[in-house]
Design a protein around this ligand. Structure first.
Ligand SMILES: Cc1ncc(COP(=O)(O)O)c(C=O)c1O
Length: 427
């Protein structure tokens, strides 16, 4: 007897709980059957341009054959093995390649599962680094409007607000530096160091781009200033490149804009080209050495069941092999298209602060209810889907962050979609 075909919509409605989704008001999710290049296809084969790289992960394009082949080969050779007491070629090779491509000195790689866990690991390494030396440094410094993930440590270092309010009291306190877009963050850090230097365990920043906090672009000069102060005072600097890594802002890593190397770097999202979950925390040899001891209590007691999953590592290696000069040229072309579009978008009524950093274009739309819960976001999202473009504004902040294979036509359709939406609002 053949099983009746699954009614996906009904099963979804009954059993699924979607991320960042208010099921009380959300439209039914779109059922997708496949994805290729810059497009997602729904079950009726309708193409949708993935203008946000499926939550900022799809790097080169969907279903990249080199990555899919590497995954298939690895899955049938070694699918998974405990990573305590065992090692394997995909992890060792990926760690070496990440260390070679990252800014100087980040020689150690600790694998985890996603962006939030990459941040958890960085924060724990920084805190335990001091504890292992017998120093009482427990204060983490973070930026206003930061977003570092949804686990408790990552929430603690993220900005407090809508996402974290229900957990108030369960998050650890951090010292907050002002938003680097509008304030002199270097001066604020200098004052903080002056007042509390011996308490500070680390500083965490999203270099050049505060992503979920509103695609806020800040300066290489301020980032350089922060690195200068942290280096002078021996304070570990954590660069959260979960979003910015692997070319999103132009160079491979956003730290390169400022010519700096942090002490810890968090990577995820595009690390596998956007195919499989994987997180990585890169650390300096100095930090690694503060855990080296005959005393086993000084161990980094952190690990995940799937740490350094071989299939994810193989995907990471295949993705890195595609991050070549041709990819850099594609990224530059996206940046040029964004900058040309920005000139036009800037002239539209109700469009403000159009900005571009590498492959990221962002702007604010005038709104009577600005912020993450602005009605503009869902309204534009629906409008864009009607035109075959996936946009997911952060409230009234609209952005395009496309896969690198996106064509000039794909991009101009996205710009036009935003322009049309803005014009229909004015009419
Ligand atoms: C800068 C940054 N850090 C950390 C995270 C958390 O990553 P994940 O959603 O994979 O846990 C994100 C996610 O958007 C991010 O943008």
């Amino acid at each position: 007897m053949t099983e009746p075909a699954l009614d996906v919509a009904e099963a979804d409605r009954r059993h699924l709980w979607h991320p960042y989704t208010q099921h009380g008001v959300a439209d039914a999710p779109i059922q997708v059957s496949r994805a290729r290049g810059a497009y997602i296809y729904d079950v009726s084969e309708r193409p949708i341009f993935d203008a946000i790289s499926s939550w900022w992960v799809t790097l080169h394009g969907h279903a990249q054959p080199e990555i899919a082949d590497a995954i298939a080969r690895q899955a049938s050779a070694l699918d998974q093995v405990i990573f305590a007491g065992f090692t394997h070629a995909p992890a060792a090779e990926l760690a070496g390649q990440l260390a070679r491509r990252a800014p100087g000195g980040l020689t150690r790689v600790f694998f985890s599962d996603d962006g939030s866990t990459a941040v958890e690991v960085a924060v724990k390494i920084a805190l335990q680094h001091w504890a292992n030396r017998g120093a009482k440094r427990r204060l983490i410094v973070a930026l206003e409007n930061a977003y570092h993930g949804d686990t408790f440590g990552a929430m603690s270092v993220s900005a407090r607000g809508l996402f974290t309010d229900p957990f108030t009291g369960h998050l650890f306190e951090v010292a907050r530096l002002p938003d680097p877009v509008r304030h002199d963050v270097v001066d604020a850090l200098e004052r903080l160091i002056h007042e509390r230097e011996t308490e500070i365990a680390a500083i965490i920043v999203e270099p050049m781009l505060l992503g979920a906090g509103g695609m806020r672009m800040w300066s290489a000069g301020a980032l350089r200033g922060i690195r200068g102060l942290t280096a002078a005072h021996g304070i570990p600097l954590i660069a959260d490149e979960v979003l910015t890594g692997f070319g999103r802002t132009g160079p491979t890593f956003a730290c390169e804009h400022a010519g700096i190397a942090p002490d810890l770097m968090c990577l995820s999202k595009g690390i596998t080209g956007g195919c499989l979950p994987l997180g990585a925390t890169l650390a300096t040899e100095e930090l690694f050495e503060s855990f080296l001891s005959n005393d086993r209590s000084k161990t980094l007691f952190h690990g995940h069941s799937y740490t350094a999953n071989p299939v994810a590592c193989a995907a990471g290696l295949a993705s890195l092999s595609l991050l070549d000069d041709a990819s850099a040229e594609r990224r530059r072309a996206i940046g040029r298209a964004h900058r040309a579009a920005a000139v036009r978008l800037e002239t539209l009524p109700g469009v403000n602060n159009v900005r571009v950093l590498g492959t990221v274009l962002a702007m604010e739309l005038t709104s009577t209810d600005p912020g993450y819960l602005s009605a503009v976001g869902p309204s534009l999202g629906r409008f864009a889907l009607g035109r075959g473009v996936l946009l997911r504004p952060l409230g009234n902040t609209v952005y395009i962050l496309p896969p690198y294979c996106s064509t000039a036509d794909d991009l101009s359709t996205s710009y036009e979609t935003i322009a049309e939406f803005v014009e229909t609002r004015v009419r």
